[in-house]
Design a protein around this ligand. Structure first.
Ligand SMILES: Cc1cc2nc3c(=O)[nH]c(=O)nc-3n(C[C@H](O)[C@H](O)[C@H](O)COP(=O)(O)OP(=O)(O)OC[C@H]3O[C@@H](n4cnc5c(N)ncnc54)[C@H](O)[C@@H]3O)c2cc1C
Length: 465
């Protein structure tokens, strides 16, 4: 018996570890529920709900292939090596297959498992790469270093994708025995309704196809306008591995075969976004200190944050007085998702206008996002706070009113999320709607204050220390 260990790769298709496990089958599968670990990682209740739904679809699909899915609850990753070893002994299993993950706790968990297996000399854990398009550590400068700037990283990825990366997804495995019914799975933790997002592989694939067929060609024009539903909304499924980045690019290429040569503007810009995801993952693997809460740019430790608890509370509740920021925070609090342009605006506002440490915002986002993903969230926050790798220059400070006029010109998005509040005030026209009302801080003052605080990044430029 071979054992497939599922983590954030809740899919049958394009799953190299599952594929290999079943080739050597017959196979069983295991999944660890780790409540305290997830709490430490600030996993949002809405993501737990999506995870539960995705696990049930996976378990059903595995059952049809005759594969039993064992779900075991332990508190933290630290409990896994012993539990896994015990399970393997009970079931007479020697080979365990899994797909590697990029986060530092996850990497350390796998090292601990491998160390125990080495000591026992009875089992082995084989790791595959299924999360990135290209293995972290393989996109390097001519000097053999990780790129510090996105554009050359992206160009190198495109070359590798053109020349040697096989994007063909692995097929779902063949049946391992007679079909069985795996019991339904309940994760006994706080959950928040996630039904707006697909949880099965087939529904996720349909969402991708719909986006490719009808929206991706206009992506470059529409993606920055939060009132339009113009982005793929695949983030939550990518975060849990219900679909892989490889599958996204493979099917995009089927529709736009000259994509990698830079033809087709919308699809090229969408591919760029997938490559930002890739960039942050590669940075994380090659700089594990980032996974422990450190600034990428070591000079950023000299920024003096004000960290006002009162201001933070107002930001979380969407009560800063800046309509676009407040509507965006309402979107996050109500739906568990926030448009990318607004993530940048809100993160800039928290770190620059309020001078609150980006880690506070990173945590709050993770606690509420259905697509919460450590590498992309950390990358996005450090970009906005100018502390990251190829980040926004420190002197660039979004003006939330101008952002509002530019990206929500008729106030349509603001009206959706601030409707109740606006009803209590006199009617506002499309110009007035963007203006701050009883604002927490005045823009020009905040801008000057931020420039002063962030000038510690100035001396020798934006390089990492
Ligand atoms: C402060 C901040 C926090 C963020 N937190 C997260 C997070 O926790 N999880 C997350 O997946 N993304 C995060 N992002 C990136 C981005 O905002 C979301 O991926 C995007 O809004 C998701 O919407 P979509 O699925 O419709 O994306 P699309 O626009 O359709 O893009 C397709 C996919 O590409 C990836 N992607 C797109 N933009 C980025 C980006 N800037 N960085 C990294 N990957 C990207 C995502 O996987 C996304 O699903 C964050 C960005 C910022 C500025």
């Amino acid at each position: 018996m071979q054992l497939m260990w599922f983590r954030k790769d809740l899919r049958l298709n394009d799953n190299p570890a599952l594929h290999q496990c079943c080739l050597n089958g017959p196979a069983a599968a295991i999944y660890f529920v780790t409540p305290s670990q997830w709490q430490q990682h600030d996993v949002a209740p809405i993501q737990i709900d999506l995870m539960q739904r995705a696990l049930n679809h996976l378990s059903h699909g595995l059952g049809k292939l005759g594969i039993v899915l064992h779900v075991i609850e332990v508190e933290t990753f630290a409990d896994i090596p012993q539990q896994l070893s015990k399970f393997c002994k009970q079931h007479n299993i020697t080979n365990i297959y899994a797909n590697s993950e990029v986060e530092v706790d996850e990497i350390n968990r796998d090292i601990a498992v491998q160390q125990l297996f080495n000591q026992n000399g009875q089992q082995s854990l084989q790791l595959y790469q299924a999360d990135c398009l290209i293995n972290p550590g393989e996109v390097l400068t001519q000097q053999g270093e990780m790129y510090k700037v996105f554009t050359p990283f992206k160009n190198c990825c495109l070359k590798l994708l053109r020349d040697r990366v096989n994007l063909q997804p692995y097929p779902a495995p063949t049946a391992q025995g007679k079909a069985i019914e795996n019991p339904s799975i309940t994760i006994a933790l706080d959950k928040k309704e996630s039904s707006a997002w697909p949880a099965s592989e087939s529904d996720t694939y349909q969402l991708l196809q719909k986006f490719i067929d009808f929206q991706v060609e206009d992506y470059h024009q529409n993606r920055d306008f939060p009132a339009l539903s113009a982005t793929s909304q695949l983030g939550p499924c990518l975060a849990l591995g219900i679909i892989s980045a490889k599958q996204c690019v493979y099917y995009l290429l089927q529709a736009f075969p000259t994509l990698l040569d830079g033809n087709a503007t919308g699809p090229v810009i969408w591919l760029n976004e997938i490559l930002w995801r890739e960039f942050y993952r590669h940075i994380m693997v090659l700089n594990p200190r980032i996974g422990k809460g450190e600034n990428y740019n070591t000079k950023a430790k000299n920024i003096i944050w004000l960290n006002s608890k009162q201001d933070f509370k107002a930001w979380c509740a969407g009560e800063t007085g800046y309509p676009l920021v407040d509507a965006a925070m309402q979107q996050l609090n109500q739906t568990g998702w926030m448009h990318n342009r607004l993530r940048m605006v809100c993160a800039s506002f928290l770190t620059k206008h309020l001078l609150i440490d980006w880690r506070w915002g990173e945590k709050y986002f993770k606690q509420h996002l259905v697509d919460g993903d450590f590498a992309s969230n950390n990358g996005g926050w450090q970009w906005a706070a100018s502390t990251g790798c190829d980040a926004q220059p420190y002197f660039r400070i979004f003006n939330p009113t101008l952002q509002s006029q530019r990206f929500d010109p008729n106030g349509k998005f603001i009206r959706i999320y601030l409707n109740n509040r606006l009803q209590q005030r006199q009617a506002l026209n499309d110009k007035q709607i963007h203006q701050p009302f009883e604002a927490i801080v005045e823009h020009k003052f905040a801008r000057q204050r931020a420039l002063l605080s962030f000038s510690v990044l100035k001396a020798t430029g934006q390089q990492e220390g």
